[in-house]
Design a binder for this molecule. Structure first.
Ligand code: HSE
Length: 441
């Protein structure tokens, strides 16, 4: 057997501790699977004395993760600190410059600086691996980098944030309020330190930007991702979607179009009879449309210590086997500049919810504005007012506005935005129209 592969683990939160546990538990198996033992050459975290689930006193301790990254006693630097800049970036750069392999779960770092780090890794002939950065335990990165390598991928999309999916699932299944459910996801340790990264869609955007580079061979472009979070999704939308045969999911979608690549994160209506609609709770999924393989959907745990540690160690074991792939599946020097398709040219169906004043001609005017913008309606449903009291009829004869839900046939984002602005300006609706995109599956 060759000499042991020594890891420096920086960041001892849930994932770091589970990674150490995994090595302690399965170390012998790793040696027989890779021909190389895996050992810990040092650890680093913010607080040495914190009460942890396991005893770390036998590992060499480093107060400074950069010193660990440069230590002679390690071959692989495992970065589990998090954050797009600061000490995470400094220590990863230090490790690569020192010729160490790097394994990281840091999606924000990769989305913002992945290409420059990949260039550094290439220059040193070392690995930069990040299976854990996207969808936790789901082998999404290896699927593109290995199993689907022969294909041209035309779309990659998925439910990439467990916290949002948990919130939407609880709202839909239990009729519970947004804030209460968010607190639960935070208590369970799924949410980011700042949960606005989850609910605002930014965490999904980071993961999507990484997938885009892997799938399409273009430079990572986080700043051009169109992002809408789930903050404005109401129980009224969830109920209306249900009645119309849809579920609402926060999707990240990267799509190859004739005018460039669309990268978008937004609440999305998916038909109830699709597998993705059944992906509930903190579970994630990642889907690929490949020109030869067809459509692939991977479903599994997207967050949490065990699944994320499993992905981290799978990268370590690749290195133990001597398998070093280009970080983003294409030779870094071959990555093309990102060509952005404008959101205004996005094509698809739309769900629209309006609160229409009960006036003669209001419906006709709304239908007229849609027609003027070339938008054809698949269905239009007048829903009972959400706050209707028993005995009140479906028209809401207390003078309250009438909730109306429309589903459009395929149209463009530019047309829908213009039509909704015209409807709002005309004054027949009580509040700004709600719009949710429908993804073709
Ligand atoms: N906050 C993330 C989520 C953790 O909820 O999915 C995994 O990246």
């Amino acid at each position: 057997m060759s000499k042991a592969l020594k890891l420096g683990v920086a960041g001892l939160g849930t994932v770091g501790i589970d990674a150490l546990k995994l090595i302690a538990l399965h170390g012998e198996r790793f040696a027989s699977r890779t021909g190389c033992a895996v050992e810990i050459g040092g650890v680093s975290a913010r607080n040495r004395r914190k009460n942890r689930e396991i005893d770390i006193s036998s590992y060499e301790w480093f107060d400074d993760p950069v010193a660990l990254a440069e230590s002679q006693d390690i071959d692989v630097f495992v970065e589990l600190i998090g954050g797009e800049d600061g000490v995470a970036k400094a220590s990863v750069e230090a490790a690569l410059r020192a010729g160490k392999h790097v394994v990281t779960a840091n999606k924000a770092l990769l989305a913002h600086h992945g290409i420059e780090l990949a260039r550094l890794a290439d220059a040193k002939g070392v690995a930069l691996s990040f299976e854990a950065a996207v969808a936790g335990g789901i082998p999404a990165i290896k699927t593109i980098r290995e199993s689907l390598l022969a294909n041209n991928i035309t779309r990659v999309y998925g439910i990439l944030n467990g916290t949002c999916n948990y919130i939407l699932t609880q709202m839909q299944k239990e009729g519970r309020a947004f804030d209460e459910v968010l607190q639960e996801a935070q208590d369970a340790g799924y949410a980011e330190a700042d949960p606005t990264f989850d609910i605002g869609g930014y965490d999904t955007a980071h993961k999507l930007a990484i997938l885009t580079t892997l799938a399409f061979g273009v430079e990572t472009s986080i700043d051009t991702v169109y992002v809408e979070g789930i903050e404005s999704i109401s129980l009224a939308d969830i109920e209306a979607a249900d009645d119309l045969g849809y579920r609402i999911k926060l999707l990240g979608v990267a799509l190859l179009t004739e005018s460039g690549i669309e990268q978008r994160v937004h609440p999305t209506m998916v038909p109830k009879n699709t597998a993705i609609a059944e992906v509930d709770g903190v579970t994630n999924c990642v889907a690929f449309d490949g020109n030869f393989v067809g459509d692939i959907l991977l479903i599994g745990p997207g967050a949490g210590g065990g699944p994320t540690a499993s992905a981290v160690i799978s990268d370590v074991l690749d290195i133990a086997k001597g398998r070093i792939s280009p970080p983003f599946a294409w030779r870094t020097e071959d990555l093309k500049p990102y060509e952005r398709a404008r959101m205004r040219s996005h094509e698809g169906g739309y769900y629209i919810r309006l609160k229409v004043f009960d006036r003669t001609g209001a419906f006709a005017a709304i239908a007229g504005r849609m027609a003027e913008h070339g938008i054809s309606l698949e269905s239009i449903v007048q829903r009972r007012p959400a706050a209707a009291l028993p005995g009140l009829d479906a028209r809401g004869d207390d003078g309250a506005p009438l909730p109306v839900v429309m589903i459009t046939h395929e149209t463009t984002e530019a047309a829908i935005r213009a039509a909704l602005k015209a409807i709002e300006d005309e004054g027949n609706v009580q509040e700004r129209p709600r719009m949710i995109r429908i993804e073709k599956l």
